[in-house]
Design a protein around this ligand. Structure first.
Ligand SMILES: [Zn+2]
Length: 397
């Protein structure tokens, strides 16, 4: 995802804002339909059904009909994807979109000719019903752009982000398997012992953000001061998001390049067990307080990492049942909640094996992923964590 500053004329700004309004209207309609749905009722309308309803709504409302059906239909598709992500456990439930907050729309099926360069620093992108809109060619536009998203930030600035599905990265062919655990003390722990962290704002930046947010609460609505504060907040958030994106790209590329199989927790199961089983995996008080600020950011980073892994290592990502991965000793296989001595330390009550708790979990995930792969190839896959070294020879393609 590469983002560029759009430079629309004022007439174009009005047209882009209209697209945003339509996308928001359609999206909120979908949110509302799903909000009314309760378990046991007839299923909430799916994408096809919603498209039919959109056709009806367009027949009824002239202002909606005047807009681009491409933009409106894509909003429905994005919503369907958001629901799929939610049920998949990697994202939160899609919520209402409010005017002025995270406004945008997406255009797909982009042709190569829809983006062109005018000069060293200026490019143009073709937006349906708006025409050619200029943008600042501030860095390389990725090859093979399949879609783009136009957004307006809180400061009223327009951006375009081009998305190209990355080419799959070839597997190294070494038979190496890695397990990735979504840690609480760290963002991700690898079975190799590496601990990874999604970059967040630095302490000074976080302080500045909190100060700005207090300022915003005091600033009068519609005042210049408020607009300035808002813009400053937006800038910090953009910086944070950029860093996270960078991390996701680097991490997913590294994993796809270095390992044949990548074992990750099946978050669908994880989220179910979390609500049903109470707080076996819940962090201690201290850790929670510390992570509270950044929890949403970590969650977002995690979701993006999954998505990118699926793109870059298609068919090589194995989702495993995360139950007991944090309570099982990777050395002897003994399962006991008490072995999880603290958030950070795993200390087996049976054999005395000690390890970083997240790394121990990542190793269990790796071993289970090996079991899955073996089973898929007709070997003797064992259910649950497998307490043996992975057998790479069985994984060679
Ligand atoms: Zn043990």
């Amino acid at each position: 995802m590469a983002r560029f500053r759009l430079q629309p004329t004022s007439a174009q700004q009005a047209a882009l804002a209209e697209h945003c309004t339509h996308a928001r209207f359609v999206w909120n309609l979908a949110v509302e339909q799903h909000a009314h749905w309760k378990p046991g009722r007839k299923s909430a309308p799916n994408f096809a059904e919603q498209c039919r309803q959109l056709t009806e709504a367009r027949a009824e409302f002239g202002w909606l009909r005047a807009g681009s059906v491409i933009v409106q239909q894509q909003a429905l598709k994005d919503f369907a994807q958001a629901m799929a992500n939610f049920f998949g456990g990697t994202h939160r439930r899609p919520t209402w979109r409010r005017r002025g907050l995270g406004e945008g729309f997406r255009i797909v099926a982009v042709n190569e000719g829809d983006i062109r360069r005018l000069s060293r620093n200026v490019g143009e992108v073709k937006v349906p019903k708006v025409g050619w809109v200029r943008f600042r060619w501030s860095r390389a536009v990725p090859d093979g752009v399949k879609s783009f998203r136009v957004t307006r930030d809180r400061g009223g600035r327009w951006h375009v982000a081009f998305a190209a599905i990355p080419e799959p990265i070839p597997a190294p062919g070494t038979g190496d398997v890695v397990g990735v655990d979504r840690g609480i003390a760290v963002s991700a722990a690898l079975s190799t012992g590496d601990l990874l962290n999604v970059p967040v704002l630095r302490e000074t930046e976080a302080k500045r953000l909190r100060r700005l947010q207090r300022k915003l609460a005091r600033a009068m609505r519609g005042s210049n001061r408020r607009a300035r504060v808002k813009a400053a907040i937006a800038k910090l958030k953009v910086r944070e998001a950029d860093r996270r994106r960078d991390w996701v790209e680097r991490t997913s590329t590294g994993l796809a390049r270095d390992f044949d199989v990548i074992g990750v927790e099946d978050l669908k199961i994880k989220n179910m067990t979390r609500s049903a089983r109470g707080n076996i995996d819940a962090p201690g008080r201290n850790v929670r307080a510390k992570s509270g600020l950044n929890r949403a950011i970590l969650a977002a980073g995690w979701g993006q990492l999954f998505e990118r892994l699926e793109h870059k290592a298609p068919g090589r990502v194995v989702k495993v049942d995360p139950r007991y991965t944090s309570q099982t000793c990777n050395a002897c296989g003994h399962v006991a909640g008490e072995s999880r001595e603290s958030q950070a330390v795993f200390s087996c009550v049976a054999c005395g094996h000690q390890d970083n708790a997240d790394v121990n979990a990542a190793r269990n995930i790796r071993d289970t992923a090996v079991g899955h792969t073996v089973a898929a190839r007709g070997g003797s896959g064992l259910p649950g964590p497998v307490n043996r070294e992975p057998q790479p020879v069985l994984l060679c393609v």
